[in-house]
Design a protein around this ligand. Structure first.
Ligand SMILES: CC(C)(COP(=O)(O)OP(=O)(O)OC[C@H]1O[C@@H](n2cnc3c(N)ncnc32)[C@H](O)[C@@H]1OP(=O)(O)O)[C@@H](O)C(=O)NCCC(=O)NCCS
Length: 218
């Protein structure tokens, strides 16, 4: 999956908010959400039960194929060769899109309620969190704010980092341990700190590997 240059005007998150733009990956594309209003009751029930069972039970079973197939059954898009270690937590499984050969560490949180798209050959270390949305703290109704996020091919997000909605991670970018990413990170940038700032640039010739980490009973 690679980002294309097509910009899509998205719906405002709240009536007061200005229109946003988002760079979308190549087809088949990825699912995003910009409102909870259109969701049917049966969709919500299926989603809630699917997430509850995964997050409390299935994620701890030490057989990867069970976790992977369960996520696919509830609507996640997952490429070949991608693995998730135990303890993964997902909100809104159907809005999780992950490409090929990604390695996702222990206890990662994907809050995908407005959509998360991850490319190919991405490494996400343990205890990292991806939060695609939030609330408007200055609005009297404290409304939800929808902010999908995207991670480019060959990105490496290191241990305990947190990536906020809209803070897209570019192709081959590196996010240092414990960083909080609040703004988009460009291709090949190495960022670290809270808030994350550019520390250096990555060697583009390094982007040729296939991540592989498959411990027994992971
Ligand atoms: C991001 C990282 C790869 C950078 O490594 P590096 O290129 O060798 O960077 P350096 O050690 O040369 O540091 C460059 C600068 O960034 C700072 N820095 C590096 N990592 C940082 C971090 N996680 N948070 C804050 N600052 C950081 C350094 O202090 C240094 O600052 P200075 O120039 O003011 O002294 C590394 O620090 C890191 O976070 N590794 C993750 C380890 C991990 O999670 N392993 C499990 C993964 S599967």
């Amino acid at each position: 999956m690679t980002a294309n240059s097509e910009k899509r005007p998205d719906l405002p998150a709240t009536p007061e908010e200005p229109t946003k733009t988002l760079t979308l990956p190549d087809p088949p594309g990825w699912k995003t959400r910009w409102s909870f209003e259109e969701l049917s009751f049966s969709y919500k029930v299926r989603n809630r039960i699917g997430g509850l069972l995964f997050n409390t039970l299935v994620t701890h079973i030490p057989f990867h194929f069970i976790r992977r197939n369960y996520l696919k059954l509830f609507g996640a898009t997952i490429g070949e060769g991608t693995t998730f270690l135990r303890g993964l937590q997902v909100f809104d499984i159907d809005l999780l899109n992950i490409g090929k050969n990604c390695s996702i560490g222990f206890r990662v949180l994907f809050d995908a309620r407005s959509g998360i798209a991850i490319g190919d050959n991405v490494v996400i270390a343990s205890d990292t969190q991806f939060i695609a949305g939030g609330h408007d703290p200055n609005h009297k109704d404290f409304p939800p704010v929808f902010a999908p996020l995207q991670v480019g091919d060959y990105a490496w997000v290191a241990t305990r980092a947190m990536v906020l909605g809209g803070a897209h991670i570019g192709r081959g970018a590196v996010v240092g341990a414990a960083a909080c990413v609040t703004r988009p990170v460009n291709d090949l940038e190495m960022v670290a700190g809270v808030p994350a700032r550019v520390k250096s640039m990555r060697n583009p010739d390094a982007l040729q590997y296939v991540p592989y980490y498959r411990p027994l009973f992971y």
